[in-house]
Design a protein around this ligand. Structure first.
Ligand code: FAD
Ligand code: SIN
Length: 541
């Protein structure tokens, strides 16, 4: 097996990983260089599909303030958002936007060359920057990818999966990677490994997330002994385009409702007033449950979004991607109702980190959707995720500047043992029908660990996941990427079901039909693998 060493390794090339690579490269002394690993092509990620925009409390936006952003985020977070985290991220938003502009990112401006701000659910003011109308993620990612590719100090491994972290005595020394193109393994040593591997949408039958969102970084960190936080909190977006047979669902941005579109049934009857005074702009979990309930009551596969009330020229200019996609399905959004239904969208839980990106394992950092900083609490406020990605990438780079990034000289027995599991040529792995196992898991998660849960459904989920584990007896070396992804999906699904079973209340996106109340006092949930139970006491950073 090939061995390499780098001063810093970043895993994942969404907006968090790309921006971290650029900032680390700018700020940190890197005697052994920097490596960016991504399992697909550079930039293929959830980030690419972000539509609505990125929250930014800009100094020039006199209608907005950090206090107002904090207040909205806290209200949406259902009691679990951390004040200091929100304050830190909000206060840094102006600076990161200005820095992104230097990297060639452009946000939409009006005729007076001032930023255009949009509004989404549960924001009290217009504070969301967007780019390319509704192509914010693609535009930011495109600019950052270009800068990363041009930068000769950033080495890039594409089509390469991180498959196991090399951790001994709570110190991360590197990562074992698998090049899916050539079927070869490599050991990468580094004193700083940054996980930026994104979310988990693919655990569910219906999702807005692309194929790669299989929770890999979460499984890797959990198996290495990291403390995981709030794993029961999965955000379902209320309005994904519901076209027959399409399980990976295209998103109809909340910004369309922000500009005035209404939810209705097939006859055009609006229903949101029944559920919340804020109607279409109530927090995402409330709108999701409203849509889900209407679908159940009407025995229908979807509800509808009526955007025809918005000026047609504005619709075309603001939402070119959505207009085009809907037209491909014969839906003219200036006239026709858009069929929409909820889909798994975002993961609020993750690897517990502090604001420097440190996890409970020394030398292991996490940023972006894979991390749980406490910003989102029980329910993420729209467009806060991209902001968290960039502020935390900026912050981890700043922190790495203060530490000595020396690669380890000696390899411990424990790490040799990890590597040997993958080096062993005698292990013969027989092919497994992953496609059918994956479909089963996605059905279990959707039906039993979905928008509404209860003790019976969660116990059932746990039993079914346990049986799937028996049908897939791989805990380390696998045959190919699909198997690695499925191995990780099983681990993370089990954690979500376990944590959902333990939280005996409803809060934000976690709704228990057997415990519908939301008590005033609440605490984060934490979970750590049995073998590492004492680590929980150690996370005092
Ligand atoms: P990602 O962008 O998901 O990137 C993860 C990267 O890690 C990918 O490159 C992936 O290939 C790589 N990776 C994963 N596992 C491995 C592995 N084992 N080895 C190597 N590489 C690996 N948020 C907002 O704030 N505003 C929005 O408007 C918005 N719209 C959205 C629309 C859609 C359709 C979706 C799906 C999400 C949206 N979100 C939005 C959420 C937001 O896009 C994501 O939370 C955010 O982009 C996550 O960025 P990230 O860099 O953490 O992860
Ligand atoms: C959207 O555009 O509706 C998605 C925004 C988000 O997930 O933050």
């Amino acid at each position: 097996m090939k061995y390499t060493k780098y001063s810093t390794v970043i895993i994942g090339s969404g907006i968090a990983g790309l921006y971290a690579a650029l900032k680390v490269q700018q700020q940190v002394k890197l005697p052994d260089g920097i490596l960016l690993i991504t399992k697909s092509r550079l930039g293929e990620s959830n980030s690419r599909y972000a539509q609505g925009g990125m929250v930014a409390v800009m100094k020039e936006n006199k209608t907005d303030s950090v206090a107002s952003h904090i207040s909205d985020t806290i209200k949406a977070g259902a009691g679990l958002s951390e004040f200091n985290t929100i304050k830190f991220i909000s206060e840094n938003s102006d600076a990161v936007v200005k820095d992104l502009l230097k990297f060639g990112v452009q946000f939409d401006k009006d005729d007076d060359n001032k930023f255009c701000y949009t509004k989404e659910a549960a924001h009290s003011v217009r504070r969301i920057l967007h780019s390319g109308g509704d192509a914010t993620g693609r535009m930011i990612e495109h600019a950052l990818c270009q800068k990363v590719r041009e930068n000769e100090n950033i080495e890039i491994y594409e089509q390469t999966d991180a498959v196991e972290l090399l951790v001994d005595s709570n110190e991360c020394k590197g990562v074992l990677v698998f090049n899916n193109d050539i079927g070869e393994y490599e050991t990468v040593y580094s004193p700083a490994i940054i996980l930026a591997t994104g979310g988990i949408g693919q655990l569910y039958k219906y999702t807005t997330n692309p194929k790669g969102a299989t929770g890999d970084g979460l499984a890797l960190a959990y198996n290495a002994g990291a403390i995981m936080q709030d794993m029961e909190f999965v955000q379902f977006h209320p309005t994904a385009l519901a076209i027959d047979g399409d399980e990976n669902r295209f998103l109809i941005s909340e910004a369309v409702r922000g500009e005035g579109a209404k939810l209705c049934d097939a006859d055009g009857n609006e229903f949101m007033a029944k559920y919340d005074d804020r109607k279409e702009l109530a927090p995402r979990d409330i709108v999701t449950r409203a849509n889900f309930n209407e679908m159940k009551e009407n025995n229908s596969e979807n509800v509808y979004l009526n955007a025809a009330c918005i000026d047609s020229k504005k619709l075309a200019k603001r939402f070119p991607t959505i207009s085009k996609k809907c037209l491909e399905h014969g839906i003219d959004i200036t006239r026709d109702f858009i069929p929409v239904a909820p889909a798994a969208h975002y993961f609020m839980g993750g690897i517990k980190t502090n604001l420097k990106g440190e996890t409970s394992i020394n030398g292991l950092y996490a940023i972006g959707e894979v991390a749980s900083t406490g910003l989102h609490g029980g329910n993420r406020l729209a467009s806060n995720s991209l902001l968290e990605c960039v502020v935390c990438a900026y912050s981890v780079a700043k922190y790495l500047k203060t530490i000595d990034l020396k690669t380890p000289k000696q390899i411990s027995e424990k790490i040799k043992q990890i590597i040997d599991k993958y080096n062993d040529e005698d292990i013969i792995l027989e092919e497994i029908d992953i496609k059918s196992l994956k479909t089963k898991l996605q059905d279990i998660m959707w039906n039993y660990v979905g928008i509404l849960r209860n003790e019976k459904s969660l116990v059932e989920a746990n039993e079914l996941i346990y049986r799937l584990k028996a049908d897939f007896p791989r805990s380390s070396k696998c045959l190919n990427r699909e198997e690695y992804e499925f191995r990780n999906m099983l681990t993370v699904s089990g954690l979500i079901a376990d944590c959902a079973l333990s939280r005996k209340e409803s809060r934000g996106a976690h709704f228990r039909t057997d415990y519908p109340e939301t008590p005033e006092n609440c605490i984060h949930s934490c979970i750590v693998k049995d073998d590492f139970l004492d680590k929980e006491k150690n996370f005092v950073k």
